[in-house]
Design a binder for this molecule. Structure first.
Ligand SMILES: CC(C)(COP(=O)(O)OP(=O)(O)OC[C@H]1O[C@@H](n2cnc3c(N)ncnc32)[C@H](O)[C@@H]1OP(=O)(O)O)[C@@H](O)C(=O)NCCC(=O)NCCS
Length: 237
């Protein structure tokens, strides 16, 4: 498992072939509590993704801080998992047969991966987005709308997951560019949009934002709350 250099964001992806085998493959790197949580999912695929994400995050933390670290993860009041006693941040995302974890020692980080499925209602879904995003997306020809919608979605989710407030953070409180540029796509934050996080959100230039190239048919984006960080991308097995 690669170790994350200082002042960088390490993004590690895992493709779950034979997804049914993953719960047992993850046993050595997951806790009884996580295995119990996984057992409550109705679908085996969701259990496998949950366990694979937790196992991958734990392996990264152990590579960085040693075998005894990252024994048990806690969750913030909004649900973001973290490792008590460790200052590094990490973020987990899973969709289809992909799992991605972003890890950063010096900034809050968020990652989101989505398997792209046909979205016949993409135009209607834009009504939930920031007005500028909505305008940009609706100006596209229908053939380009769906791809751009997914870009917008994973970029917004990456920011939301870095902030860690989940859907308590209004989707209209900030905007991202929806075009194909792979980095620097945070466009604007609305000051005071979210109580207590205004200073953190005011300037998109204070962030590192990057799309991560992954398997065909998936869109993946990462954002971290510190400018000009290196982004290191690796695949795990
Ligand atoms: C909670 C949320 C992070 C879930 O995201 P998601 O895209 O459905 O699922 P992902 O696989 O990417 O992420 C799930 C992981 O995020 C992590 N997570 C949960 N709550 C989190 C929070 N508040 N902040 C950051 N990470 C969180 C967990 O690790 C979780 O996986 P685990 O429980 O197996 O460990 C949240 O942002 C959400 O519900 N989004 C709904 C989708 C939506 O409306 N998006 C609008 C974008 S246009």
């Amino acid at each position: 498992m690669p170790n994350a250099p200082e002042k960088s964001i390490l993004c590690v992806g895992l493709e779950l072939e034979n997804i049914a085998e993953w719960p047992s493959q993850c046993a050595a790197h997951t806790t009884p509590q996580e295995q119990q949580e996984a057992g409550r999912y109705a679908h085996m695929e969701d259990s496998a993704r949950h366990l694979a994400g937790r196992a991958l995050a734990r392996r990264l933390l152990r590579a960085a801080y040693g075998q005894d670290s990252a024994v048990v993860f806690a969750r913030s009041p909004y649900g973001k998992p973290f490792c008590p006693g460790v200052s590094a941040d990490f973020s987990i995302s899973h969709s289809g047969c992909m799992v991605w974890v972003a890890f950063c020692r010096c900034a809050r980080v968020g990652i989101d991966v989505e398997r792209m499925r046909p979205l016949p209602d993409a135009a209607e879904l834009t009504s939930q987005l920031h007005p500028q995003e909505q305008k940009d997306l609706l100006s596209l020809p229908p053939a380009e709308l769906q791809r751009a919608f997914y870009r917008c979605w994973t970029r917004k989710e990456a920011v939301i997951k870095a902030v860690g407030m989940g859907l308590s953070m209004p989707l209209q409180s900030f905007s991202v560019h929806t075009g194909p540029q792979e980095s620097g796509w945070i466009a604007s934050f609305t000051a005071n949009a979210v109580q207590g996080t205004a200073a953190m959100l005011e300037d998109g230039g204070l962030w590192t934002s990057r799309d991560i190239r992954t398997t065909d048919g998936y869109q993946c984006s990462m954002a971290a709350q510190s400018p000009c960080l290196d982004v290191v991308v690796r695949l795990a097995c």
